[in-house]
Design a protein around this ligand. Structure first.
Ligand code: NAD
Length: 391
C-alpha cells in the first residue's frame, strides 16, 4: 500500500497524520553510498517506530553494484520497476572513477542511472545549513558569517528538466577548423510557472522570502521568467519577492549569505549557484537534496493531479567517495537529512522530519561525534547512533 503523500494529506485521507506505511525503494549504489544509506535507514527506522509508522524498504541494485551482480545495465529493469512502484526513492551514490572510464559514456552508472531516475522531476531542492558550532569550517570570514541573522540557512530550488541542458537544437556541425556548436535555452510558460510555484510555496513555509534569479537584462527566457514571477508574486502577498541577476547572485552568496532564505532559478544557473552554495555548509557530507515532480506540485495545484507521476528521488549531494569507502569514515548527516526531506516533502510528516533535523544539528553542534571531514574522529555508524539517541 502506498503511503500517504503530501497530496493525499491535503485531500483528507484517513491515513493523514496517523500511522503510515512508507513504501520505499532503497538504492545504496557504490562506495560510501552503502554506508551512508545504512546509517540513514537506521535513523529512519527509529523515527518511524517512535511515531508509529512502518517502513516497507525494498532494496534495489544500481551502479557498479548492479553490474558486479551480473546485470547488463547500471540501472536494471527490476530496479526501474521497483522505483516506479514506490512512494519515494532513497539513493546513495553511483560511480567509481577508475572503473567508469572502462565504459562508453552512455553506459556509465551516473549517466544511466541518474538521468533516467530523475526524468519528470522538475524541481531540485538543496538545503544549505551551516551548523552554528562549525562556522570555522566555512571558507568565509567571521565578520561575514555574523552579519544579519548570523545563520546560513538557504533552500535553493533549481529547475531540473528544462533550459540549456535539454533545448534543441544542440550539437556540433561542420568540420574542423570551421565547426559550429549550438545549445538552446528554451522555457515554456508552464515550465516557469510550476517551478516558481514550488518556490513561492516553499518560501511560504519558511521565512517568507523568495529570491528569483535570472538574467533578464540579456536573455529572452529570463525576461519571460521575470514577467511570470512578478505576476505570481501578486498571488503571494505574504511572500517578499526579490529579483537578482545571476552574476550578482553568485557574488552576494559570498558577501551576505546569512540574508538568503529561498532561491529559485532555472537549470544552468541553479546548477552553478547550488554548487557554490554547498561550500557554505562546511562539508559536502552535510548537504541533502530532493528531486520532486507533479505529485508534489499537486499539493498546491489541483490540475497537477492528472499529470504523469514520477517517483520522488532523494539523495545526498556527494558522490561515492572511493577514497574513504568501506572504512566507516563517511559523514552520514547529509543522507540522514535527505531522509528527513523525504519525510517532509513526500509523506508530509513534519513532526518526524523536525525531530530528525533537530537531532542531526544537536549532534553537530555538540561537537562530540564528528566525522573526519568535520575535524573529528567519529565513525559513520557512531554518528547514526548519536542521532538516534537524540530523537
Ligand atoms: P565525491 O563527492 O564522491 O568526493 C569528493 C570529496 O569529498 C572526496 O574527498 C570525498 O572523500 C569527500 N566526501 C564526499 N562525501 C563525503 C562524506 N559523506 N563524508 C566525508 N567525506 C566525503 O566526488 P568525486 O570524488 O568527484 O566522485 C567520486 C565518484 O562519485 C565518481 O565516480 C563520480 O562520478 C561519482 N559521483 C556520483 C554522484 C551521484 O551518484 N549523485 C555525484 C557526484 C559524483
Amino acid at each position: 500500500m502506498r503511503g500517504c503523500g503530501g497530496l493525499r494529506t491535503l485531500c483528507g485521507s484517513s491515513f493523514c497524520g496517523v500511522f503510515m506505511k512508507l513504501n520505499l525503494a532503497i538504492l545504496p549504489g557504490d562506495g560510501i553510498g552503502v554506508e551512508v544509506i545504512a546509517a540513514a535507514m537506521r535513523v529512519l527506522e527509529h523515527v518511524a517506530k517512535k511515531f508509529g509508522h512502518t517502513i516497507q524498504a525494498t532494496y534495489g541494485d544500481i551502479g557498479w553494484a548492479a553490474l558486479d551482480k551480473g546485470h547488463k545495465s547500471a540501472l536494471p529493469e527490476e530496479t526501474r520497476t521497483l522505483c516506479k512502484n514506490s512512494d519515494a526513492i532513497f539513493f546513495g551514490a553511483v560511480g567509481l572513477p577508475d572503473r567508469d572510464k572502462t565504459l562508453p559514456l552512455q553506459e556509465r552508472p551516473e549517466r544511466v542511472a541518474l538521468l533516467e531516475l530523475r526524468k519528470g522531476l522538475f524541481a531540485n531542492l538543496r538545503h544549505i545549513v551551516l551548523p552554528k558550532n562549525l562556522k570555522h569550517l566555512c571558507p568565509l570570514k567571521d565578520e561575514i558569517l555574523s552579519k544579519g541573522s548570523g545563520e546560513i540557512d538557504i533552500m535553493i530550488i533549481r529547475e531540473l528538466t528544462g533550459g540549456l541542458y535539454y533545448g534543441q537544437p544542440q550539437g556540433v556541425t561542420g568540420t574542423a577548423p570551421n565547426r559550429n556548436a549550438v545549445d538552446t535555452m528554451a522555457y515554456s510558460e508552464m515550465e516557469v510557472r510550476r517551478i516558481l510555484k514550488v518556490g513561492f510555496e516553499t518560501a511560504r513555509k519558511r521565512r517568507k522570502r523568495l529570491l528569483s534569479v535570472d538574467k533578464a537584462n540579456i536573455l529572452a527566457t529570463s525576461g519571460l521568467w521575470r514577467e511570470i514571477a512578478v505576476a505570481m508574486g501578486k498571488e503571494y502577498p505574504d511572500v517578499q519577492l526579490e529579483h537578482m541577476y545571476v552574476d550578482n547572485a553568485s557574488m552576494q552568496l559570498l558577501r551576505r549569505p546569512t540574508e538568503f532564505d529561498v532561491i529559485v532559478t532555472e537549470n544552468t544557473f541553479g546548477d552553478i549557484l547550488s554548487d557554490e552554495a554547498s561550500m557554505l555548509a562546511g562539508s559536502i557530507g552535510l548537504v541533502p537534496s530532493a528531486c520532486l515532480g507533479n505529485e508534489f506540485l499537486a499539493n498546491y495545484d489541483p490540475a497537477a493531479k492528472s499529470l504523469p507521476r514520477a517517483t520522488p528521488f532523494y539523495e545526498p549531494i556527494h558522490g561515492s567517495a572511493p577514497d574513504i569507502a568501506g572504512k566507516d569514515l563517511a559523514n552520514p548527516i547529509g543522507t540522514i537529512l535527505t531522509g528527513s526531506m523525504m519525510l517532509r516533502y513526500t509523506f508530509n510528516l513534519q513532526k518526524e522530519a523536525d525531530a530528525v533535523d533537530a537531532a542531526c544539528f544537536g549532534v553537530l553542534n555538540e561537537g562530540k561525534k564528528l566525522t573526519g571531514d568535520l575535524g573529528g574522529r567519529a565513525k559513520c555508524s557512531e554518528v547514526a547512533a548519536a542521532v538516534i539517541e537524540k530523537i
